[in-house]
Design a binder for this molecule. Structure first.
Ligand code: WT7
Length: 671
């Protein structure tokens, strides 16, 4: 199936939300963002971005060109300028006399803490840059980072940026197989990992996955990795390959604390981040330096109203996702912010851990995902009520649509009915926030990301690419290039063009359905392609289907995202077993066993986050006469709805068969 195939977004459940919360005069008076920001961007969009780039970023060679779109859809921003992202995130603050400012309040899950100032960060990033260099990493070489949330994770990313070696962070929850394919695709020279990390009160191992990922396998050669740098976090035993493996602390101890940041071209690759598309193979989203850093800093300053001298900022995202890249590392550090970095889960050792951290560090800006908010709602408001949350003054949401009920709860229970909420829409591909209210300017609406930021041009269009009128629905598109936009898919320019630029001529197609309300504000309605969103994490139906059919007993598989109250969507799989195993699905015990076996298999192939909530053994799958699986009907089944119109099926009795076979199936255990 082509990657740009879409189905019309569901507009049946148009939201009828009329509440709006204008900013308080006090907030508006002190806000970084003022209404004039929209006017300035409107008056001269390119000059507006050039001005942001000059004000927020330090250039070693100033740029003279703002945008070169002659190679569309590959943009060049600020192309003749040179800069270094790590210098911008660290050194220049020290040079400005802010070396003693806390950059990171690290809090480990077991309760260990570490305070890192900008001066500390400069020393550590410099040492790490020297260590990477002495291990043979040069400008342009790729480094894979597979770490938990540690100070070293931030340091490793910045050390790469400092020497001009693009990093590719792989989320620590991905399996050895998923890690292997990403290392291979990026042709990485070095991997930074840890012995393990703490999760839910216990140490878990990471290094074995790296050992497995880079070894030769089933006829595939070993990867291009020459060295593995290992952070000691848990102290657990690790297998060691002499000559290849190097302890992080030993390499850093041996390294000099002085390192001259390498000035790179604005369009030099800063990082590759893999994300799921609609086909089986993850896409290596490529971001470059100057435009990305500009938009990261600009959005972080204005959307969160950051006052670097006084705010304590906390983004709960893992660095394995783009939110961690832009809003834990590059945005906040470029702006000289003080932030909290937390290693663990929100319920270890108790369900008030996050709120305890807000109280302890007097967090004033919190950025998290709707799933987390809904989970806290479920746990009950008496838990946050037990902590002093009065320091909070701006709340952010990201990753999936936030339902009005969760939005209202966030505002009332966490924000004390005063803190503005910014619902921020963006993607791995956009690099930074694109659509969001501006605190102090926008009257916020529960559940809507509302307006394109100053400098960004977004629209909702119909099938023919015509802009829909207010009140209408369709597809979200971005009509003009933006500084932090992806510059391609690593090694696959054609796929980049096909995926994002072929659906509508000259427009970037985001893959989301959206509507405009009567005021022209944008409401996101979820993906319109075969991409699922589980707990704000992007998963591909096709990728999970491929994982399922790679198991010996599976003949065919179909995966759908079913609505879920807490996680947004949940993965539900339908499988047909191979002839000789077909009987195994016949009894409830057999079906339960198959389900557990296949869940474990998906965890091994991709990672625990991709494990289907339910796997249903069926005899047939609903297909059109042209052989396309009708996921809409399977979604009806997965959501316990009456099955919709099945008249286009090649065999219309299939749905009765499926429904009949399901009565005994049980969901899998929760993780
Ligand atoms: C997809 C991008 C951006 C960082 C986290 C996810 C969905 C993201 C919102 C929002 C509604 C949202 C979209 C988008 N999404 N933010 N505020 N409201 N939907 O990054 O993994 O690249 O996923 O997440 O469907 O396309 P990602």
């Amino acid at each position: 199936m082509p990657e740009n195939e879409t189905t019309a977004p569901s507009l049946e459940n148009l939201l009828h939300e009329t509440r709006a919360f204008p900013p308080s005069p006090a907030f508006a008076a002190q806000a970084n963002a003022q209404p004039e920001l929209y006017e300035a961007a409107e008056a001269d969009r390119l000059e507006f971005w050039a001005q942001q780039a000059r004000e927020l970023v330090t250039w070693s060679t100033p740029f003279t060109q703002t945008l070169d779109w002659s190679g569309a859809p590959v943009a060049k921003w600020f192309a003749d300028g040179k800069l270094n992202a790590a210098y911008n995130a660290v050194d220049r603050h020290v040079e400005a006399g802010l070396g003693d400012r806390v950059a990171l309040h690290f809090e480990g899950e077991p309760g260990d803490t570490r305070t890192v100032t900008y001066a500390d960060l400069q020393q550590e990033v410099s040492r790490a840059a020297n260590a990477l260099t002495s291990l043979g990493v040069e400008k342009g070489d790729r480094v894979v980072i597979y770490l938990p949330m540690l100070v070293e994770s931030v340091v490793a990313m910045l050390a790469c940026a400092r020497i001009g070696a693009p990093h590719s962070v792989v989320f620590g929850g991905f399996s050895a197989d998923a890690l292997r394919s990403r290392i291979a695709d990026a042709e990485a020279k070095l991997v930074v990992t840890a012995d393990g990390g703490y999760r839910r009160g216990a140490p878990s191992a990471l290094k074995p996955a790296v050992d497995e990922a880079i070894a030769p396998k089933d006829g595939e050669p070993a990867t291009t990795v020459e060295h593995v740098l290992v952070v000691r976090r848990t102290g657990q035993d690790v297998a060691w390959t002499e000559g290849r493996d190097v302890w992080w602390h030993e390499a850093l101890e041996a390294a000099d604390t002085f390192h001259e940041p390498v000035a790179v071209d604005a369009e030099h690759p800063l990082f590759i981040l893999y994300t799921s598309g609609t086909t089986g193979k993850p896409k290596g989203i490529l971001h470059t330096t100057g435009g990305y850093l500009t938009q990261a800093a600009y959005t972080h300053k204005n959307v969160f109203d950051l006052k670097a001298e006084t705010d304590v900022y906390w983004c709960t995202a893992d660095i394995g996702w783009v939110t961690g890249h832009t809003y834990v590392v590059y945005g906040p550090l470029t702006n000289g912010a003080t932030q909290v970095l937390y290693e663990g889960t929100p319920d270890t050792p108790h369900r008030g851990r996050w709120w305890e951290l807000v109280e302890k560090y007097k967090v004033s800006i919190l950025y998290t995902a709707p799933t987390a908010i809904r989970t806290c709602m479920k746990w009950g408001e008496d838990i946050p009520a037990g902590f002093d949350l009065s320091s909070l003054r701006v709340l952010g949401s990201v990753g999936e649509p936030i339902n009005p009920e969760a939005w209202m709860w966030y505002r009332r229970v966490i924000g004390g009915d005063t803190a503005p909420i910014v619902d921020t829409w963006w993607q791995t591909e956009t690099g930074a926030i694109m659509i969001s209210p501006l605190p102090g300017v926008t009257a916020t609406k529960p559940g809507s990301a509302q307006v394109a930021l100053p400098g960004i041009v977004a629209d909702v269009v119909d099938d023919e690419a015509h802009s829909v009128p207010d009140g209408g629905g369709g597809y979200l598109v971005l009509s003009e290039p933006w500084p932090a936009m992806l510059r391609g898919i690593w090694g696959d320019l054609q796929r980049f063009k096909d995926t994002y630029w072929s659906r509508f001529e000259g427009l970037y197609f985001a893959g989301d359905g959206a509507k405009k309300d009567e005021d022209g504000d944008i409401w996101l309605l979820g993906r319109v392609d075969d991409v699922m969103n589980v707990s704000g994490h992007r998963l591909s139906t096709t990728e999970i289907e491929s994982a399922l059919v790679s198991h010996d007993i599976v003949a065919e598989a179909a995966v759908v995202g079913a609505n879920d109250e807490t996680t947004g969507q949940a993965v539900v799989a339908f499988v047909i077993l191979r002839g000789e195993h077909a009987d195994r699905g016949a009894t409830p015990e057999g079906a339960a066993q198959v389900q557990e076996e296949l869940r474990a298999h998906v965890a091994k192939e991709i990672g625990p986050i991709a494990k289907p909530r339910r796997i249903l053994v069926v005899a047939e799958l609903p297909k059109t006469r042209s052989g396309k699986i009708m996921r809409r009907l399977l979604r009806d089944v997965a959501e316990n709805r009456t099955v919709g119109d099945a008249t286009t099926l090649a065999d219309s009795s299939v749905m009765d068969l499926i429904a009949a076979g399901l009565s005994s199936a049980k969901p899998g255990s929760e993780d």
